[in-house]
Design a protein around this ligand. Structure first.
Ligand code: HEC
Length: 278
């Protein structure tokens, strides 16, 4: 979709702008920017600019590859930057999956159960149901206060679940330090490269970030544990993983955005190679 957007933009610049320019200039009888601009010409200039910005806006307003058909968070349009800057943390790519995976299982903070009024399925639900959720002060910010709580009885996620892994806490902290915005980036900017679709570089981090919150511990959801390589391999090779990721309703990650096409291709390639521990 990003490619589509870029293509539209290129076509827009190469094709449509000159046409509008020519018709505007023609209507003015001479190229208007090189002459003294009359009131009438001001009106044309305004019209041209308005047309440009409307076209640009329509072409690039939403990038569906970044909010892929997620029925749970319509109207959660992120601030999209094209490629992913390794120094930045992105809400839609990195933070929301942590919340969905660790906090939204049955009985917890999904739209139906909304424990304590808290819903953690989108940026909008986060900021509207959690006090100071984007504040970089961990005492004020209730999300961070609950996650960092030392007392097991008060901590989120609650026992028997363990506390969030340090790596995920660090991502949250960096995201807040960078402004706690609803940002997103295109992980496949420049095309889908499946050559790095190994277990360690791709599958394991994906499962850790998007699946383990529900599929780990003493009471894994659906009775499926996805913590060790052996467990992940079993579900990969018996066909359940790919089927669960691609079904048209109730897909995995449950309650989260469907994985983008490139991620699915990478998983398919890894499974097709026999789900190696590479
Ligand atoms: C918010 C909790 C949650 C998250 C996150 C989640 N799952 Fe699940 N998963 C469930 C539940 C609940 C079930 C059992 C009922 C169902 O299928 O909805 C399940 C079932 C499954 C099944 C069995 C499906 C079947 O048809 O037998 C697989 C495979 C699976 N999940 C894989 C994954 C993968 C892979 C991810 C990460 C990309 C993931 N899940 C993320 C909650 C979750």
């Amino acid at each position: 979709m990003a490619e589509f957007c870029v293509r539209i933009s290129v076509e827009f610049v190469a094709d449509i702008i000159p046409k509008i320019w020519i018709s505007c200039a023609r209507a003015n009888k001479r190229p208007f920017l090189f002459n003294f601009i009359s009131m009438q010409q001001y009106a044309f200039l305004f019209f041209c600019l308005a047309t440009f910005s409307t076209f640009g806006f329509l072409a690039c307003k939403h990038d569906p590859s970044l909010t892929p058909g997620d029925p749970n968070n319509p109207g959660d349009p992120p601030l999209v930057t094209a490629d992913c800057n390794p120094d930045s943390v992105y809400f839609q790519n990195q933070i929301l999956p942590i919340l969905v995976s660790n906090c939204t299982e049955s009985g917890c903070h999904n739209a139906q159960d909304h424990q304590d009024g808290v819903v953690l399925i989108s940026y909008q639900s986060l900021v509207s149901t959690v006090e100071n959720a984007t504040e970089n002060d961990f005492h004020e910010n209730k999300l961070m206060r609950m996650i960092l709580e030392n007392d097991d009885d008060d901590r989120m996620p609650p026992p028997p679940k363990s506390a969030l892994p340090q790596a995920q806490i660090n991502l949250l902290k960096t995201w807040l330090a960078q402004g706690g915005q609803n940002n997103a980036c295109d992980e496949n900017f420049g095309g889908c490269d499946i050559s790095n679709a190994t277990f360690s570089a791709f599958v394991q981090p994906l499962v850790q970030g998007r699946c383990q919150g529900c599929h780990s511990g003493s009471n894994p959801q659906g009775n499926i544990k996805l913590t060790s390589y052996a467990e992940i391999k079993t579900v990969a090779l018996n066909g359940k993983m790919y089927a669960a990721l691609t079904r048209s309703s109730n897909w995995m990650p449950k309650g989260g955005a469907k994985l983008d096409d490139c991620s699915l291709q990478k998983i398919q390639a890894w499974i097709g190679a026999g789900a190696p521990n590479n």
